[in-house]
Design a protein around this ligand. Structure first.
Ligand code: NIG
Ligand code: FE
Length: 458
């Protein structure tokens, strides 16, 4: 494959005014067409490949986009003929030569704590010396130190921080993210975080889906009280949640349901009331100890149960039963967390696949347990530490991540009518995306039919 950057074959970019964009001479297009992946289907990325592995072949795969949506994907010769014959003149398309690279759906990060003040590199050294994550939190560090820094951060500082890290995500192929609040723990700061998340999404190019995570930890001003946790739950139900619902920015509600943080009973109260106000539930479940989070996610019909590093057998059974009954709760697995916390890896991701539970992968981007913006790194870790196959890992950051966010009819696959969100990789097959950990493999990114990132020729 040539090492130069993308070449424009004809016309300008879609962003220069042409309604169409044709990506051609791909070595492989992983379409992920055909809906949510579970079981053996997770290993099927619905590939289009170049005959004889020759991206210069007239039938090498191509993807056509029109006014921000996917028109079709298929062999270039057939595709061009079909376009001409159905009122899409080829002269109206900007044409990009992929030079044998791989095209996938734009990646979707279904679990991030995008917005926060400060950083916590000091805890890395504390943990090297044996300090425990929840002990650091109880001593006023951890999430609480980020809460102090975030409360002190202005809206414009949070916007700058968000732009910086969304830029990093884009450079790693991400086109859609979920972004949680949860470092304010008081109404004004939680509203500020949700507003900034919303504004960043409007600004683009990455689209942002905000989640309210007021139940991330008991706020500092409640902690000295003997009834602190209950009083904070009352504050969440009576003040934060009504304020957040009235603001209208958050789509989802999340709770850190964990032994020593919020119990399943407390999480249930918060998430039920949130659902009543129109915020769909998702749960930080069984991250550090089996805590009943997976069971609660199944009971509530949550969109996702996230982490699941140490679910109970009953929790796995509950998720499998929900999937079997046609109400799947997506297991959003976060392999960089155990790695970064220096915990032994136990997440039973293979069991989830075998039991028919849909699996997604996300970064959990946050300053405490996973300061990485890279979904390709999460894919590498999932293959190396959880034994997902590269094709399963790709399904987990595209179509299944879209299901986890309730947006699979718009994004997550390359199918006619879907939003034209694409990642173009400088490798000949998607199987090489997790194979080169830490390499910058993204060649270009397309969001809503526009080339929004293109790597300079090397
Ligand atoms: O997903 N566990 C709770 N929330 C984050 C970590 C937050 C932090 O340490 O700042 C997580 O791991
Ligand atoms: Fe998280």
């Amino acid at each position: 494959m040539a090492s130069s950057g993308l070449r424009l074959l004809q016309g300008g970019r879609a962003s220069d005014g042409l309604p169409g964009l044709l990506l051609e001479n791909a070595g492989e297009v992983a379409t992920l067409a055909g809906g949510m992946r579970v079981g053996a289907h997770m290993d099927d990325p619905a590939l289009l490949t170049a005959p004889g592995g020759d991206p210069g072949h007239e039938a090498a795969p191509a993807v056509a986009c029109w006014e921000g949506r996917i028109l079709a994907a298929g062999p270039r010769n057939d595709l061009v003929q079909a376009l001409e014959g159905s009122g899409y003149p080829i002269a109206r398309f900007a044409r990009l030569d992929i030079e044998g690279g791989t095209i996938t759906p734009g990646l979707i990060d279904a679990h991030t704590h995008l917005l926060f003040g400060g950083s916590r590199e000091n805890e890395l050294v504390l943990r090297q010396r044996g300090a425990d994550y929840l002990e650091i939190l109880k001593a006023g560090g951890g999430i609480l130190s980020t809460v102090a820094a975030t409360r002190a951060a202005s809206e414009s500082e949070l916007l700058d921080h968000g732009r910086r890290w969304l830029g990093e995500m884009l450079a790693h192929g991400t086109t859609t993210v979920e972004a949680k609040s949860g470092y304010g723990l008081d109404l004004p700061t939680e509203l500020r975080l949700l507003e900034v998340a919303h504004r960043l999404g409007k600004e683009g190019p990455i689209e942002v889906h905000p989640t309210w995570l007021g139940a991330h930890a008991v706020a500092p001003e409640f902690r000295a009280r003997p009834d602190g946790t209950e009083a904070y739950i009352r504050h969440l139900l009576d003040e934060q949640l009504p304020g957040v619902a009235a603001q209208g920015r958050a789509k989802f509600a999340d709770v850190f349901c964990e032994r020593g943080v919020f119990s399943p009973a407390q999480a249930r109260r918060v998430l039920r009331e949130a659902a009543r106000l129109g915020l769909q539930p998702r749960i930080h479940a069984d991250e550090l100890a089996p805590s009943g989070g997976a069971e609660l996610a199944a009971e509530l019909g949550a969109l996702s149960a996230d982490h699941l590093a140490v679910p109970s057998q009953a929790g796995i059974d509950a998720l499998a039963a929900a999937a079997g009954a046609g109400h799947p709760v997506v297991a959003v697995v976060l392999p960089s967390v155990n790695w970064f916390l220096m915990h032994e890896e136990t997440t039973p991701a293979r069991t989830f696949v075998d039991r028919g539970i849909p699996v997604a992968l996300a970064t959990d981007f946050n300053p405490g347990t996973s300061p990485t913006p890279s979904l390709p790194l999460a894919m590498s870790l999932a293959c190396l530490t959880l034994k997902l196959t590269p094709s399963e890992a790709l399904a987990a950051v595209t179509i299944n991540a879209a299901v986890a966010l309730g947006i699979a009819d718009e994004v997550g696959s390359i199918e006619s009518g879907r939003q034209a969100d694409l990642a173009i990789w400088n490798v000949p097959t998607h199987r090489q995306i997790p194979y080169w950990p830490g390499a910058d493999l993204v060649r270009a990114v397309v969001k809503r039919g526009r080339v929004v990132l293109e790597r300079a020729p090397s």
